[in-house]
Design a protein around this ligand. Sequence first.
Ligand SMILES: [Zn+2]
Length: 130
Amino acid sequence: MTDCIFCKIASGEIPAYKVYEDEKYLAFLDINPLNPGHCLVIPKTHYRWTYDVPDFGEYWEVAKKIALSQVNNLGCQFVSFITVGKQVPHAHIHVLPRYENDPHNEGLNTSNKLNLTPDELKTISEKIKI
Ligand SMILES: [Zn+2]
């Protein structure tokens, strides 16, 4: 889709802090993260919802790879996966590292958007990068 921000990230038209890429999928940092290391995993082809992605299991395996890298490289306690799908109309899985004493409790506080500098985002993306 020509006016889709995630299609533009997938094509390289808009830059992103990429942490993983293969033929079909791309993972990059959310630039308004709910916690340090918050990533999005998208199919490179435009699909509206995660369940529209043809190889659903394969897609989620990529999310798992990102989660394991977050656990191994960021010192997070565990990882939450979120798929709401309302913000951008292109399938995306939020892979959110959770830290002890982070501001999210049992659920998620979506108003807790961090304002990280480009340098901070770059450093975090390099730690997670697969
Ligand atoms: Zn798209």
